[in-house]
Design a protein around this ligand. Structure first.
Ligand SMILES: [Cu+2]
Length: 159
């Protein structure tokens, strides 16, 4: 069924990137993400995530990033990121457990990362978080990639 659906979309709009999706997530001066869950539809072969810092504090006081990993890897990726320091956006260079990440930004700024969903495995739990030191306990959420998640979860926008 999936391939039939894709073919029909291509006939209607041959130039459209039918499987490219977009997610927006906001972070605040109160050290929070405004979204607790991000859901990506199964049809999305690529996704562009944009982190918006809606606060006013500068990056050296309340900098945030958006990091995606398996839920099981979150704590160790964040620990490694603290060691890596601000110059590396609190991400250990070469850390393959990081599936996608933005840079550290301050109030009023935004940062976008684009990645393929091909690396996401069905049945695996994924989470996003901010890897700035001390932020993890308040700044994390679930990243859901499938087509059958609860309707209570906010949906992404087609791009
Ligand atoms: Cu943060």
């Amino acid at each position: 069924m999936k391939s039939i659906y894709s073919a029909a979309l291509l006939l209607v709009a041959p130039a459209a990137m039918a499987d490219m999706c977009r997610l927006d997530v906001s972070a605040t001066d109160l050290m929070r993400f405004e979204q607790q869950t991000l859901q990506l539809e199964e049809r999305c072969s690529e996704v562009e995530v944009t982190l918006h810092h809606t606060g006013r504090l500068p990056a050296n006081a309340m900098g945030h990033n958006w990091v995606l990993s398996k839920t099981a890897d979150v704590a160790s990726v964040a620990n490694a990121g603290s060691t890596a320091g601000r110059a590396n956006n609190y991400q250990m260079p070469g850390d393959r457990r990081i599936l996608a990440a933005t840079k550290i930004i301050g109030g009023g700024e935004s940062s976008t990362v684009r990645f393929s969903t091909a690396q996401l495995e069905p049945g695996t739990s994924y989470s996003y978080f901010c890897s700035a030191p001390g932020h993890l306990s308040l700044m994390k959420g679930r990243f859901v990639y499938n087509s059958t998640a609860s309707s209570a979860v906010a949906k992404n926008l087609p791009k």
